[in-house]
Design a protein around this ligand. Structure first.
Ligand SMILES: NC(=O)C1=CN([C@@H]2O[C@H](COP(=O)(O)OP(=O)(O)OC[C@H]3O[C@@H](n4cnc5c(N)ncnc54)[C@H](O)[C@@H]3O)[C@@H](O)[C@H]2O)[C@@H](O)CC1
Ligand SMILES: [K+]
Length: 497
């Protein structure tokens, strides 16, 4: 698991640690880790042209001390200060090691400055413009230096985080550095895991500076293969279809038969004891045509709600089901059940119209909105606000509705009251395709039926859904149905033999 803490928490922890250590110890530890990563990225350090972009704070100090270490190993290091303020100790160390400074870009324009030629000709660019002290998009001349780094061929290594991204949220509100590698110190920062910040960070390398014992619980978690492998329910010798979990699914309709086929397929390929599908005649026929192993029943038109399956381990309800009164009555009945329920798509819209449906419920519940659907649950909020601040909005909805929220999108985030949020690292633009959410709902439903909590099921489901897309992708576009065969392969990829 990777853990991320907010800037306030990092500052407090650093304060506590710094008080017990000789001056400059933490910065030297950070710089040593940074220099080691830089050296690994260069074919050879001796003679390599390294350019440091140096802001006025300690982030620039890290870059300068790391530059001094690289200069001692024979690199030709040039520091470009973004302003008149530069970390004095770092600058002295760099100069003492044979590194040089290039004049800060002046009024003549950045593109014609000597710095521009150095940046264009570099083998490696180190972004030490701003770190956790940064606020908002980059201002001039930092923004201009970031643009030059973006246009250069050399890889860019961000110090602590890519300059210009919000450390706590991942929001990017103006010019920002796009890094190939980010070397982060002490703990990860939430903005490194949440888009758009995550997309600017590249590969994230962590450097331990001894902060661990000072840190409280994280704000955010980011699971890795081993975490998912440890959570997944595995069939044992004693497993039978009932112990592995019976999942009831009330999804799809005559109009949206595909939603039923996709969600049921997601559940089956994730591994579930049994799927009990309930729906209209047309949807049942379609489901059985694709998945003969399903136990399916046609809802009685005279008493649709009364003919829903009973004695099941978990429910998936909503997608392609419609917003009509029968769908609303069905949702109310399902939410009356003491079993875990995943409410998706139309069910979320119905909950937005009648929030009492969720607020009265105490059994485990997971909702899986995309940003537009979440906006319907949080009146006064626009889809764009949610996309820019995903963590905050998912957490707010989880608190207001007292349930687990999986917010789908470029970074899928999961929030549950009383727990750190989770950012899924396997997301992919490949998944922005019709029906992919239906498959996800089925996968998570299978995990709920298998006994995972809503948070665990959401975390594993989102992770494997993303991994399946990557596994299925052989260069061409993929569609939601391609995920079926890829899901078992994604599970296998978690624990390579
Ligand atoms: N505090 C510590 O113990 C440690 C801090 N470390 C480094 O120190 C960094 C934090 O240093 P600071 O607190 O000095 O802050 P930063 O160096 O991150 O940024 C502060 C500077 O950036 C400017 N700035 C802020 N937003 C800007 C924007 N949008 N455009 C242009 N300029 C902007 C400010 O005016 C200020 O000069 C960390 O990210 C990390 O790199 C590491 O050395 C590890 C130890
Ligand atoms: K930086």
């Amino acid at each position: 698991m990777r853990y991320a803490h907010t800037v306030d928490t990092v500052r407090k922890a650093e304060g506590g640690l710094m008080a017990r250590l000789p001056d400059g110890t933490l910065m030297r530890r950070a710089a040593a880790g940074l220099a080691a990563v830089c050296a690994r990225m260069l074919p050879r350090t001796y003679g390599a042209r390294v350019v440091l972009l140096v802001g006025g704070g300690d982030n620039g100090g890290d870059a300068l001390y790391a530059g001094a270490l690289l200069a001692r190993r024979g690199a030709a290091v040039r520091a470009v200060p973004a302003g008149s303020r530069v970390h004095e100790g770092g600058l002295a160390a760099l100069r003492g090691a044979g590194g040089r400074t290039v004049p800060a870009p002046g009024a003549q324009g950045i593109a014609d400055s000597p710095a521009a030629a150095d940046i264009a000709g570099a083998d490696l660019i180190v972004d030490g413009l701003v770190g956790i002290g940064g606020r908002g998009g980059l201002r001039a001349p930092h923004a201009g230096l970031a643009a030059l780094a973006g246009a250069a061929e050399a890889p860019v290594v961000a110090v602590d985080l890519p300059s210009g991204i919000d450390p706590d949220t991942g929001a990017v509100t103006g010019p920002a550095v796009r890094a190939d590698v980010t070397v982060t110190f002490g703990t990860h920062k939430p903005g490194l895991f949440v888009d758009p910040g995550a997309a600017h960070a590249g590969v994230v390398e962590y450097v331990d500076i001894g902060l661990g014992p000072e840190l409280p619980g994280p704000r955010l978690e980011c699971p890795q293969h081993a975490d998912i492998a440890a959570l997944l329910p595995r069939p044992t010798a004693e497993s039978d279809k009932y112990r592995r979990g019976v999942l009831a699914m009330a999804v799809g309709s005559d109009r949206y038969r595909g939603a039923a086929v996709l969600a049921v397929g997601g559940a089956l390929r994730m591994g579930v004891g049994m799927v009990r599908y309930a729906g209209s005649q047309g949807a049942v026929a379609e489901v059985l045509h694709h998945w003969p192993e399903v136990v399916a029943s046609v809802l009685d038109p005279m008493d649709p709600v009364g003919s829903l399956p009973r004695r099941v381990a978990a429910w998936v309800v909503g997608s392609g089901r419609g917003l009509h009164p029968v769908a609303a009555a069905e949702l109310e009945t399902v939410l009356d059940s003491p079993r875990p329920v995943l409410a998706d798509a139309d069910a979320i819209t119905l909950i937005g119209k009648d929030p009492r449906l969720l607020r009265d419920r105490s059994a485990p519940t997971l909702i899986t909105p995309h940003a537009g659907e979440l906006a319907r649950l949080l009146p006064g909020t626009e889809r764009e606000d949610i996309e820019a601040h995903r963590l905050d909005h998912a957490a707010r909805a989880a608190d207001e509705y007292g349930c687990t929220v999986l917010l789908k999108g470029s970074t899928t985030v999961i929030a549950e009251p009383g727990h750190p949020a989770v950012a899924n690292p396997t997301g992919s633009p490949l998944l922005a395709t019709a029906g992919s959410g239906d498959v996800l709902a089925g996968m998570i439903g299978a995990l709920l039926a298998g006994g995972l909590t809503p948070r665990e099921a959401a975390v594993c489901g989102a992770y494997l859904h993303g991994l399946a897309a990557r596994v299925a992708h052989d260069g061409a576009a993929i569609s939601a149905s391609d995920l079926f065969d890829a899901v078992p392969r994604a599970v296998a990829a978690l624990s390579p033999r």
